[in-house]
Design a protein around this ligand. Structure first.
Ligand code: CAA
Length: 287
């Protein structure tokens, strides 16, 4: 019987990795966040501290709980510091080459043979990531949704090589320890949610690009007409236009269907450095 997970590693401290680390530490896990540089590690820490302070202001946690949570969060720039982790969740950029390189490294440094190596990818084949390691049965997709502290869903994505025990342990972590709801999807680009969401977001970009309507009217249409919490262009800005394009590209590579093709405007905005909320400008301004 393998014990429950107490030591979690998160690689990448951006909006997804930071959110996963926050949820883990708030649930009582000891969490190490690994970033690429001291500057990125400082930014990850400051994002997490800001989010925890906001949770205090909103009376979701007490000041004492914030301090305890902060004490459970550690930051490093060295992947080898994850050697004692029982589970590592990768949440770096949606770039297949980078992910394969990282998983080969994690395979070398994580010493517990029962440790789970998970990826938060939205669209890259889990089987490829798994095959970068010598333990593909311990690798799976554990896909969270942004903002991670708010949204309840986690998609669990086993590859053809993942053991049922690995899926069951990841399910227990997400459900029982982190308080999320899980659904299971096959190892197909986009899984369940993005396979439906991404064509919708791309359609909104095409509609805007074609001059059908203003960004505000497209978004208001879906907020007021369909009770979505935010419109598709605002959501695209929140996901990150570079991330949306990377997901669309992976899905187009998998299915070769026009519905997944990134429209030229999305491509040009990314080329111009307009990445949405995180860069201060996308379909809207965030200054
Ligand atoms: N961290 C923690 N809490 C947050 C938060 C964050 N980043 N953003 C918002 N919240 C909390 C607020 O504190 C607030 O909590 P209370 O109601 O308890 O006070 C609650 O969420 C609502 O927030 P706001 O009142 O500030 O604003 P809102 O009502 O407009 O909600 C939203 C904001 C939660 C982001 C909401 O608009 C929403 O759910 N939008 C849709 C998000 C979505 O579709 N996400 C999926 C993206 S796809 C993805 O992630 C996968 C992928 O692979 C691309």
């Amino acid at each position: 019987m393998v014990s429950k997970i107490e030591r979690l590693g998160v690689v990448g401290g951006g909006q997804m990795g930071g959110g996963i680390a926050e949820v883990g530490a708030r649930a009582g896990l000891d969490v190490i966040v690994c970033e690429v540089s001291d500057e990125a590690a400082r930014a990850a820490r400051s994002g997490l501290w800001k989010s925890l302070n906001r949770a205090v202001q909103k009376n979701k946690i007490t000041e004492a709980e914030r301090d305890e949570t902060q004490a459970r969060l550690h930051f490093t720039t060295t992947v080898a510091d994850l050697d004692d982790r029982q589970m590592v969740i990768e949440a770096i950029a949606e770039d297949e080459g980078l992910k394969l390189k990282l998983f080969a490294e994690l395979d070398k440094v994580v010493s517990d043979p029962d440790a789970i190596l998970a990826t938060n990818t939205s669209s890259i084949p889990i089987a490829k990531v798994a095959n970068a390691t010598s333990r593909p049965d311990k690798v799976l997709g554990v896909h969270f949704f942004n903002p991670v502290p708010v949204l309840k869903l986690v998609e669990l994505v086993p590859s053809l090589l993942t053991s049922e025990d690995t899926v069951a342990r990841a399910d227990a972590l997400a459900n029982e320890q982190l308080g999320k709801e899980t659904i299971r999807a096959q190892d197909r680009s986009g899984f369940i949610v993005n396979a439906l969401l991404v064509p919708y977001l791309l359609s909104a970009v095409r509609m805007y690009e074609g001059g059908f309507a203003s960004a505000e009217d497209i978004d208001n249409g879906m907020v007021l007409g369909c009770a979505h919490p935010m419109g598709p262009l605002k959501l695209a800005d929140m996901v990150g236009l570079d991330t949306l394009k990377a997901i669309a590209d992976s899905m187009y590579a998998e299915y070769a269907e026009p519905t997944y093709a990134a429209p030229p405007l999305l491509q040009r905005m990314v080329d111009a450095g307009l990445k949405g909320k995180k860069s201060g400008k996308g379909f809207y301004d965030y200054e």
